[in-house]
Structures are given as structure tokens and as C-alpha cells.
Design a binder for this molecule. Structure first.
Ligand SMILES: Nc1ncnc2c1ncn2[C@@H]1O[C@H](COP(=O)(O)OP(=O)(O)OP(=O)(O)O)[C@@H](O)[C@H]1O
Ligand SMILES: [Mg+2]
Length: 370
């Protein structure tokens, strides 16, 4: 016999923390190869050699941060007589050389209690180099750093290190000066978006961490995974799981059904997917077309896209527009009915206006929150 209704003490969540933005699962399906790549860049440190530097890039919500953090956690568990330290810094939170080096020192275990000048901080951090056989530095959201002197400093002062830089921008590094560039020479590791099948598998795995068995109707889950695949963003899927689960619980229902997922999807527009404006080159290109053809119909903008070398299908193009809409960069308005169905009018929202919308909705903390 199954219970369709929950008692007041019952819950369908076996571990709600597994849906938190900073939860790092033990295994990240479909990112094994990338994790191995990063691990292999670190390995030389265990043999008293310098590690390799890696520039990780790819669209939002596809496991760049999670995979890198997973490698660091696994690194912690390596049984070795070598002292390999690790530093993880989000360059949005710490965006200048000064702030970054203070944070490096703190993560080394030496927080500064008094204010110092930048070169004094550098001296203090450099003194610590002897303490470790090697250091892995991960700088997430590297494109948010206002200057890159800290990179030069690390490259010069730490003879055995691996530097991992993470960004959404394929062309990151154009403004990095030559003295850093010639020392850094990173290998590039691209994270490609997941296929719909992969999105399904990843979310199904996460569901097992977070919910009790038999708490999800399979059709409801399939719809949720499809939506996340449309956005090509695992964050969307995880957030939808959380919201749909909460809606079901509020109704004291023991199973998440299609109606709960539909309601969660309807609310998704209220979520801020991510406040950073990092876009891939193609997104930027599409956005520039929307700006140029502001207020025009979908067909016109798609035509312009095709004429300027765009190769994606109409369906993919529409999905990309929907993602830009989610990021509050454009709005898609349903227009009149044409011969082949309802038309869509595309409105470009200037970056400034968009940032104001976002500022109103969010605070700067917790970058990974919606
Ligand atoms: N392969 C995977 N297996 C399990 N969870 C995943 C996987 N890929 C992504 N996730 C989850 O999806 C969410 C988004 O991933 P993550 O934060 O790593 O994105 P990102 O690529 O760093 O995006 P951004 O560029 O916006 O920072 C996280 O909650 C992460 O745990
Ligand atoms: Mg990230």
C-alpha cells in the first residue's frame, strides 16, 4: 500500500542539502574526462615538477566550477608524503590583486589582521612558498578580476604550481599583458553543453541524493529534465527539482507529479539564473543581432543570423533567445498570428537597464543562487 499524503512530520526530501548551489556530489557524470584532464595538470606537483596551467571555458551551468571543486576535494584525499596545498578563489568576490592575495594568505592559514600595502602582502605570501611542495590555484570567474598582477606574482614566486582559470569567455586573455602570457601558456579545456540525455542522467543522479525513492512521477521528472535541457543548464534543473518538491510538500502530497513541475516551470522566470553577463561568443553575436533588429520579428532576426554566417537551426536559435531572455538581456513578446502561427517579437534590453533590473532583484552575495 502506498501513502499518497504526507503526515506533518513526513518529507519527500531525504537530503535537501543535495540541492544547494554549493553541494558537490562525489561523482559528476559526464565530466569524468574533464576531471581527469585537470587532475593530470596537477600530477607533476607530486613528482617535484611544475604543474600545467589550464584555461577552462564554457557556458554557464555546465559543471565547470563543480568539476574543478571535485578535483580539489579528491586531491585532499590523496595519500602522499608531498604537501600539495590548494587555493580556490572566486574572482567576482575577490577581484583585485590585493584582495586576492589577502585571500590566498588566509587560505594558506595566515589571515592578515592589520592592513598592509600590496607589496607587503606579496612578501608575506611569498614567504609561505617553502611550506609546500606545490600549490594548486583555481581562479574561478577569472574574467571578473580587475587586474592580473597576482598571476604574474604567482608565476614568479611559486616554482611548483598549477593554475586553473575558469571563465565563460572563449577569448579570455586578450587583455593579459605579455609578461604574464609568456609565462602562463595555459592549455585550453572546453566544457561543451550537455546533451538532453546527459542532462537527464545528471539530474536523475541528483534526485537520488536529494529525495526518497518513489517520490517522483516519471513523467513529471522527464518534463523537468527536458526543460533543463532546453536551457542547457543543470542549475535550472536542480532549482526546478527543489521548487517542484516544495510545492508537492506544501500540498502534503507524497509524490511530485506533472502539475507540480509545471508550476515550478511557470515560476522559473522569476529566478535569476545568474547575474554575471558572461556570454559565449555566439551568444554575444546573437545579442548584437537582437540589438540591431530591436523590435522586429523572430523570422527577421533569424534571417539576419543566417545571412551573417549563423549555422544553428531555428529551434536552437529560439532556445538561445530564450536563454538570453532568462538572463534579462532581451524579451520575447508574442505578437499577432501570421500564416504559420504566432509571431515572436524580439526586444533588446540594454546592458545598463538589465543590470538595474538584476540589482533590484538580487544582492551580490551567493553568486550561485538564483
Ligand atoms: N556532471 C554533473 N554532475 C552533477 N552535477 C552537476 C554536473 N554538472 C553540473 N552540475 C551541477 O550543476 C550546477 C551548476 O554547475 P556549475 O556551478 O559547476 O556551473 P558552471 O559551469 O561553473 O557555471 P558558471 O559558468 O555559471 O559558473 C551545480 O549545482 C553543479 O553541482
Ligand atoms: Mg561556475
Amino acid at each position: 500500500m502506498s501513502f499518497d499524503f504526507l503526515g506533518s512530520e513526513q518529507t519527500i526530501f531525504s537530503n535537501p542539502n543535495a540541492l544547494d548551489p554549493d553541494f558537490i556530489p562525489k561523482l559528476l557524470p559526464h565530466r569524468e574526462e574533464q576531471q581527469n584532464y585537470v587532475a593530470s595538470a596537477i600530477k607533476p606537483l607530486f613528482h617535484e615538477r611544475n604543474g600545467k596551467n589550464v584555461l577552462v571555458w564554457g557556458a554557464p551551468g555546465i559543471g565547470k566550477t563543480a568539476a574543478s571543486k571535485r578535483v580539489l576535494k579528491d586531491l585532499d584525499e590523496v595519500d602522499s608524503d608531498k604537501k600539495i596545498n590548494q587555493v580556490f578563489i572566486n574572482c567576482w568576490k575577490f577581484n583585485t590583486t590585493y584582495k586576492i592575495l589577502c585571500e590566498v594568505s588566509r587560505q594558506f592559514g595566515y589571515p592578515f589582521t592589520q592592513t598592509m600595502r600590496t607589496n607587503e602582502v606579496m612578501e608575506k605570501v611569498a614567504e609561505k612558498v617553502e611550506k609546500f611542495d606545490g600549490v594548486v590555484f583555481v581562479f574561478d570567474e577569472i574574467d571578473k578580476a580587475e587586474d592580473y598582477n597576482f598571476l604574474y606574482f604567482i608565476l614568479e614566486e611559486f616554482p611548483r604550481r598549477t593554475i586553473i582559470l575558469i571563465t565563460n569567455e572563449k577569448d579570455w586573455g586578450v587583455d593579459v599583458d605579455d609578461r604574464i602570457r609568456s609565462r602562463l601558456i595555459p592549455e585550453t579545456l572546453e566544457f561543451k553543453p550537455y546533451t538532453p540525455r546527459e542532462v537527464f542522467n545528471i539530474l536523475a543522479e541528483r534526485k537520488k541524493y536529494a529525495f526518497y525513492e518513489n517520490t517522483w512521477d516519471s513523467k513529471a521528472f522527464a518534463e523537468l529534465a527536458e526543460k533543463a535541457a532546453e536551457y542547457e543548464d543543470i542549475r535550472v534543473g536542480i532549482k526546478l527539482m527543489k521548487v517542484a518538491g516544495e510545492i508537492a510538500e506544501n500540498e502534503s502530497t507524497a509524490k511530485v507529479v506533472v502539475a507540480h513541475v509545471s508550476e515550478a516551470i511557470a515560476r522559473i522566470d522569476e529566478f535569476k539564473i545568474k547575474s554575471s553577463a558572461d556570454l559565449t561568443d555566439e551568444d554575444k553575436f546573437i545579442l548584437s543581432l537582437c540589438e540591431k533588429h530591436n523590435g522586429q520579428r523572430f523570422g527577421v532576426v533569424y534571417g539576419a543570423y543566417e545571412n551573417t554566417g549563423g549555422v544553428k537551426s531555428k529551434k536552437t536559435f529560439r532556445r538561445k533567445l530564450e536563454r538570453l531572455q532568462l538572463r534579462k538581456l532581451i524579451t520575447l513578446e508574442t505578437g499577432g498570428i501570421g500564416l504559420t502561427g504566432r509571431s515572436t517579437i524580439i526586444h533588446h534590453i540594454g546592458l545598463k537597464k538589465r543590470n538595474n533590473i538584476i540589482k533590484e532583484k538580487t544582492e551580490h552575495k551567493a553568486l550561485d543562487e538564483f
